[in-house]
Design a protein around this ligand. Structure first.
Ligand SMILES: Nc1ncnc2c1ncn2[C@@H]1O[C@H](COP(=O)(O)OP(=O)(O)OP(=O)(O)O)[C@@H](O)[C@H]1O
Length: 197
């Protein structure tokens, strides 16, 4: 199962995803053409690649989704969205989430909200992100997109948010979906066989 966690900047999606990674979740690492910051690690925070290489990969159809933000490319490889034994977590901006949901309707989308404006500003300030004003301006549009998500979690504490996401996954796993069809058919044919014997 792929779980998308989206939020405006500074609400806490990266922090929450890193905690989930310690249990049975694999964090999808995305690609960027922006330079690596000193605190970032290649292959953990992003795969950092040159712009030329990024263009080449676009032409090869390597990305499921990509976007150009402030002159830097960000993208998700098709390979990383393939299913394996682990649940996957993708932290992505609100617009990216909408694009992925369109091409992969089975993804589960979660929107994180801050508990209050004051608490949110404290968190943003802690990370000392650039383009603070632009991030806040974008957040107005992003907040309106919450209605297109399946779940909305107010990120009061990381521990509680992680528990809520785990609960969502448990519930999603037992939803009536395609994967029970073969079991239902098998049970029905066993009943028929039993009746005939
Ligand atoms: N529930 C929480 N309670 C208190 N602090 C939190 C909580 N969640 C995250 N934080 C803190 O808020 C700050 C921003 O978190 P984080 O970097 O995870 O946000 P983000 O949504 O990934 O932001 P961006 O989109 O800009 O990368 C960090 O300092 C983090 O430790």
């Amino acid at each position: 199962m792929i779980i998308i966690i989206s939020s405006p900047s500074g609400v806490g999606k990266t922090t929450v995803a890193k905690v989930l990674e310690k249990s049975n979740f694999e964090r999808i690492v995305t690609y960027t053409s922006r330079p690596k910051r000193p605190i970032e690690t290649e292959g953990v925070d992003y795969y950092f690649i040159e712009k030329e290489k990024f263009n080449e990969l676009i032409k090869q159809g390597f990305f499921a989704e990509f976007s150009l933000v402030h002159d830097n490319f960000y993208g998700i490889s098709k390979e990383s969205l393939k299913s394996n034994s682990k649940h996957k977590i993708l932290t992505i901006d609100v617009q990216g989430a909408a694009k992925i949901k369109k091409i992969m309707p089975s993804v589960v989308t979660i929107f994180l909200l801050p508990p209050s404006f004051e608490e949110w500003m404290k968190r943003i300030n802690k990370t000392q992100r650039n383009n603070f004003d632009i991030r806040l301006k974008n957040a107005i549009k992003e907040l309106d997109e919450v209605w297109n998500f399946e779940y909305a979690i107010v990120n009061y504490s990381v521990e509680k948010t992680v528990k809520q996401i785990q609960t969502i996954v448990y519930c999603e796993e037992v939803k009536c979906k395609e994967n029970i069809k073969s079991l239902i058919n098998e049970l029905k044919s066993n009943i028929k066989q039993y009746e005939e014997d």
